[in-house]
Write a protein that binds this ligand. Structure first.
Ligand code: SAH
Length: 268
């Protein structure tokens, strides 16, 4: 593998170099020829080329770095089925309407990984346009996503993601599998949309709001923040069976969903 350009820290460029890990990531996608693949941050195309060999219906490879997008265009002859797009993924999301059956891969730059994930779980239309998200995170971030029980790593991200995604941890990835080597270990997770999720919050913004406010002082009891949401109406806490003397990390996910539904009913 050659790396003609100096890796850009600002774009979170840590390229996968371990063939075994690359294969294992791609296998999770179970790519069939009726599927569309979206790759976020294709870099030199180490994953893209392997995905292309499996001949999905269409590949969109989005790369923000102009030079890398250009190199990959020369390297992987573009066809009707492969589009290499030099853009920021969030612009692409704004511009492009994706239809059904998309598999998303992303060895994501660490600085945008949680933003991408929150964007994808908060989509208004559900079930969404994707079938499966296969994403690499810093191990510490992955741990926060998968923890749903009382603990220091339990937080907002986990509440949001578990709301309507089925989350699976696949494996950890050592620093040595990348060039340049990142400072920390990584983890591959996948996410499938739950078709029938229990807690029908109509506007995901309400869940974002509720979790942002309730988690704003992790170390403190939630009573003050609960008042911020509902005013001095103690009976709402009773109705919802919420103990206001607890810290946010002591509540379970379901409690946050119930609070968000109540909040939506009252204020939307
Ligand atoms: N998938 C490749 C590259 C991983 S590094 C591999 O595994 O080898 C992450 C890549 O995401 C880099 O190429 C970086 O330039 C690109 N990137 C960073 N921010 C981006 C953004 N906002 N939108 C699209 N691509 C981005």
């Amino acid at each position: 593998m050659k790396f003609p350009n100096k890796p850009k820290k600002s774009l979170g460029q840590n390229f996968l170099i371990d063939q075994n890990i690359i294969q294992k990531i791609i296998a999770i996608g179970n790519i069939k020829n009726n599927k569309t693949v979206l790759e976020i941050g294709s870099g030199y195309g180490h994953l893209t080329k392997k995905i292309a060999n499996l001949k999905p219906k269409k590949i969109y490879a989005i790369e923000k770095d102009k030079n890398l997008a250009y190199l990959l265009k020369n390297d992987l002859t573009e066809s009707k089925n492969i589009e290499i797009i030099n853009d920021d993924i969030f612009n692409f999301f704004k511009r492009k309407i994706l239809k059904k059956d998309v598999i998303v891969f992303g060895n994501l730059p660490y600085n945008i990984s949680t933003k991408v994930l929150t964007y994808l779980v908060m989509l208004e239309i559900w079930p969404p346009w994707y079938d499966n998200l296969i994403l690499m995170f810093q191990k510490e971030v992955a741990d926060r996503i998968i923890t749903t029980n009382k603990s220091k790593t339990f937080g907002r991200l986990s509440v949001l993601c578990n709301w309507r995604l089925e989350i699976k941890k696949h494996f950890d990835v050592s620093e040595n599998c990348f060039f340049p080597k990142p400072k920390v270990k990584s983890t591959v997770l996948s996410f499938k949309p739950k078709k029938n999720y229990l807690y029908k919050i109509k506007n995901p913004k309400n869940l974002e709001n509720v979790t942002r406010i309730l988690f704003s002082n992790r170390r403190k009891m939630i009573n003050k923040n609960f008042i911020k949401l509902f005013g001095h109406k103690q009976n709402y806490a009773k109705d919802l069976n919420v103990n206001l003397n607890k810290r946010p990390e002591d509540l379970n996910c379901e409690t946050f969903y119930k609070i968000a539904m109540k909040y939506e009913k009252l204020f939307d």
